[in-house]
Ligand binder design. Sequence first.
Ligand SMILES: Nc1nc2c(ncn2[C@@H]2O[C@H](COP(=O)(O)OP(=O)(O)OP(=O)(O)O)[C@@H](O)[C@H]2O)c(=O)[nH]1
Length: 488
Amino acid sequence: MMMMDSMTNKELDSSNLKLMNESRIMRIARGCRRPVRDVMEMLKKYKITAKTRKRLEISKKGDMNARNMRNVLPPDMLRQLGGIGGLSEFSDPYKNLTEREVSVESGVSVLLGGSISRALQQMSNSMIIDEKVLNDCLNEITRALLQADVQFKLVRDMQTNIKKIVNLDDLAAGHNKRKIIQQAIFNELCKILDPGKPAFTLKKGKSSVVMFVGLQGSGKTTTCTKYAYYHQKKGWKPALVCVDTFRAGAFDQLKQNSTKAKIPFYGSYTESDPVRIAVEGVGNLLCIGQATFDQAQAFKQSVAVGAMIVTKMDGHAKGGGALSAVAATKSPVIFIGTGEHMDEFEVFNVKPFVSRLLALLQELSEGTFTLRNFLKMGPIVQEISMLPGASQELMRKELDSSNLKLMNESQIMRIARGCGCPVRNVMEMLEKYKTTAKTWKRLEISKKGDMNAQNMRNVLPPDMLKQFGGVGGLQNLMKKMCGGALRI
Ligand SMILES: Nc1nc2c(ncn2[C@@H]2O[C@H](COP(=O)(O)OP(=O)(O)OP(=O)(O)O)[C@@H](O)[C@H]2O)c(=O)[nH]1
């Protein structure tokens, strides 16, 4: 039984975690035959995601500047940064620094990719590609980009460029207009993701100080360990300093991660001034004396974003966070976080990323519902996030096949070993995929006719409809899978 099935509607629809008392948690765990720990972890993830969403909702209402950052940051942290004045200095993008800041942007944040996917899906569903369809598609993309605070001029240029390339009048019959439009959008998205500024890179023979900043819970601690671990494997000598004096347990978390990765670390349980810890820590670990003081102070005076890392890309297939993050900071994305584990960290490359962003949609619209697509739907199939690194452990052939017969016993055992979870979990995941794929097929068939609530009821077996949370739940699922292009 899925975890969701053992929860009541009241529990599922509430955003109040206080509702989840001990006896409810025990009941859910019993219901889905999972350890209580799994339910607790799921609730923790929900809490973090909900918090980040709330903060982002607030900050989205205005430009992200020092004044409304005040709403986003907890008061103690704001005080530590020297109030609004201190924060303004922090966010002045024009000061240059020798050290760089790596900003951690959580993939949970922006749904831009979703809007773009929706626009493309709508275009794909149109029988004829005419001026109106192209304009509707471009307007939708424009709106998404502007909402994500992409500079107006950039968006206007993008629209003009696409229209210039896709001159429908000049395209002779037989040209695949959809492909030409998609290619133009692809090229323009690549342009946005490439800020034309080299990413910060470490210099051989010189010590570099990198500061990680990001919203609460976006994955800074996890990501800086991943970053250090990645470089350690490449022969660098990284060290980690915890200057988060705000969150209780931050140093312990860093200490634990560093110990696991065998990376030297520094931090303090008693010192409350982050600058002092930075000076001591960097000085201690790098032994370069006085210069580090100036470096650490420079951090306090201003921060120029040198590069971005987009985290939690495993949970959100759309990946729009990267686009708006680059647009907002004019800094390139250098890595993406694809899971909670130390090695779930990938070098970011613009073209493959945009391809993935658009290809997923293409695959779905063509009706290929592979295991890879299923795993990319992380948030929809919440349970999957309980399988750390599951997708990494599945080989390409397995991921891209929609034939479950491919999965023999030894493959299942290998996956379970690889992601450190019981065979039962892998079997459950495959079972869920099977059910969802079946439904997807039925939906594909019914797409050929008129898709409305009435015939949806005829297509799905009643208990499956119930599993999806009725017509409403299904509508949500379809929205997520097809960008809302199908109406029920
Ligand atoms: N799925 C997934 N989870 C991640 C990723 N990166 C971090 N996390 C998880 O996100 C949660 C928060 O991560 P932290 O590293 O503690 O975040 P933080 O920014 O240091 O948090 P604060 O110090 O509270 O601001 C943890 O449960 C991490 O395991 C990622 O790439 N994918």
